[in-house]
Every structure is written in C-alpha cells, then in structure tokens.
Ligand binder design. Structure first.
Ligand SMILES: NC(=O)c1ccc[n+]([C@@H]2O[C@H](COP(=O)([O-])OP(=O)(O)OC[C@H]3O[C@@H](n4cnc5c(N)ncnc54)[C@H](OP(=O)(O)O)[C@@H]3O)[C@@H](O)[C@H]2O)c1
Length: 251
C-alpha cells in the first residue's frame, strides 16, 4: 500500500512511518519540514495523490479552546477536501480516549476534528489512544522552572507511542470502520506519578507538584475519564517502566 502520514515527523508520527515501512508500505510524509502545510493548505493534494490511506497525526500545542478548534478544524477540512479530490480510500485520524465529556481547551479541538471526520464522505476510521508514555516528557519540558515541575492532575492509562504507531498502520490496512477499538496501556497512572518515576530513573533531582487545574478542563483531567472504558478496548503491553528502559525514552 501507499500510506500518507500527516504529521509523520512528530512524536507518534515517526513511529507510524517506521511501522509502515517495516511492513513494506510505500510512505509519504506530510509536514511543514517536508514542504506541506496542511493548516495553510499548501501542497496537500500533490503529496497524497495515489495514496491508499492517509493517517492524520498532526498536532498543535495549545490550551486555548479557540486555537485548538481553529487548528484541528481547518487542517482536517483541508485534508479531507484534498482526499475527496483524489479519491482516497481510507482516512485514519488519531484521537484521544475519553475526551467526550471534556469539550474544552485542547480536547475541544480534537472533538471538533472527530466530528468533521465522522460527517465526511471520505471512508474513515477514528482511532483513539490513551495519553502516550512520551506525554510525561512533553509536559515536563513545558512546565519546568528550575528545580520544580508542575504536573496537571491527570489520571489515564498511558501507552507507548511506538505501539500507537503500529496500531494506526493496522487500522489503515483494514477496511474503514467508523471507529476502531480504543488503544490503552496496561496500567492506570497519574501524570505526576509518571514524571516522578521518570526523574528517579534519570537521576534528575527535581520536585514535582501535582496541581489540580481549575475549571472544566482540570476537572476532566483529574476525573479518570481519560482512562476510557466506555467502548471496546485493546490493551497494549509496554508498561511505563519498560518504556523508561527503552531507546524511545530520551532520558
Ligand atoms: N500526546 C499524547 O499523549 C497523545 C495521546 C493520544 C493522541 N494524541 C494525538 O496524536 C496526534 C499527534 O501528537 P504528537 O504529540 O505526536 O504531535 P507532535 O509531536 O507535536 O507532532 C506534530 C506533527 O504535526 C506536524 N504539523 C504541525 N502543523 C502542521 C502543518 N500546519 N502542516 C503540516 N504538518 C504539521 C509537525 O511537523 P512540522 O512541524 O514539520 O510541520 C509534526 O510532524 C495529535 O493529534 C494528538 O491529539 C496525542
């Protein structure tokens, strides 16, 4: 198959690309680094022409509801319009387990994105995964000031981005199914707990504050909704401690 990966240079995108190539697929990467701006609608059609499937793992980093909705709505609309033009047989979008009740901040963008995909005539599958083990690194890099890291109180069932990448390729190889089983990790954990274990593993001497964020966003994160469990689930095998020992953790 020929598979186009929108966001193929990102945290999960690079694993999607690796898994697809390992399985013998022809892969094309869409990212600004590769001269394709999905949000700005530059170069999409030419790059996905002839692809049997498009996997969308684009991202923007924001806590603003307005910015998140605008980014994911515009990028998804542009991508789906290009796919309709070249008759792409399968659009696969990665979303996040358990976000239904948290229609605010970053998750509002993901909910808007899912709606656009579900309402599209392009054959599609929405594949949700729990937060990545890599999320501990991503958050710590954004919320550390000197000897202190602030972790928003979050309960989830984290999963290795490598396993999410392989899962998305399996989904792309299958018929469009509307919704794939949620992919979750093997254990519940809090973000603060993950970051503390990461610092202990890396011998980083830093305090981690577990802070409940205000408002509906903070309530949603702390509620455990992000563990999922409403519909069918697939449980991935790599624990957070195994991931810490793997080359995927840049300690
Ligand atoms: N982090 C988690 O725990 C988690 C859990 C479940 C699902 N997800 C979902 O996984 C997806 C990917 O997240 P991630 O953390 O892997 O993302 P990431 O590391 O931030 O990577 C984002 C990717 O998007 C590309 N990109 C951004 N703007 C673009 C544009 N205008 N045009 C083309 N490419 C663009 C980036 O490449 P350039 O900068 O070169 O353009 C990069 O390849 C997101 O949709 C997120 O909601 C994340």
């Amino acid at each position: 198959m020929k598979i186009a990966v929108a966001g193929g240079t990102g945290t999960v995108g690079k694993h999607v690309v690796h898994a697809a190539r390992e399985r013998g697929h022809d892969v094309v990467v869409l990212s600004r680094e590769h001269g394709v701006d999905v949000h700005g609608n530059v170069g999409i059609t030419a790059s996905i022409d002839g692809a049997d499937a498009v996997i969308d793992v684009l991202n923007t980093t924001t806590l603003s509801t307005k910015v998140a909705r605008a980014f994911f709505s515009t990028a998804t609309t542009n991508l789906l319009a290009a796919e309709a033009q070249v008759d792409t047989a399968h659009h696969v979008v990665l979303s996040i387990v358990g976000i239904d009740e948290i229609d605010t901040s970053y998750y509002a963008g993901k909910i808007a994105q899912e709606r656009l995909v579900r309402g599209s005539d392009v054959p599609h599958t929405v594949a949700r995964a729990a937060q990545f083990h890599e999320f501990a690194e991503q958050i710590a890099s954004q919320t550390t000031l000197g000897p202190l890291t602030v972790a928003p109180r979050t309960l989830s069932r984290p999963v290795a981005a490598r396993e999410v990448g392989a899962h998305l390729v399996s989904v792309a190889e299958s018929e469009p199914g509307g919704r794939a089983p949620d992919l979750v990790g093997p254990e519940d954990d809090t973000l603060a707990g993950m970051i503390r274990r990461m610092y202990a593993h890396d011998r980083t001497s830093r305090r981690v504050l577990d802070v409940r964020f205000p408002g509906a966003y903070g309530t949603g994160l702390a509620s455990g909704a992000l563990r999922g469990g409403q519909g069918p689930q697939r449980v991935a095998g790599t624990t957070f401690d195994q991931w810490l020992e793997s080359p995927d953790h840049h300690g």
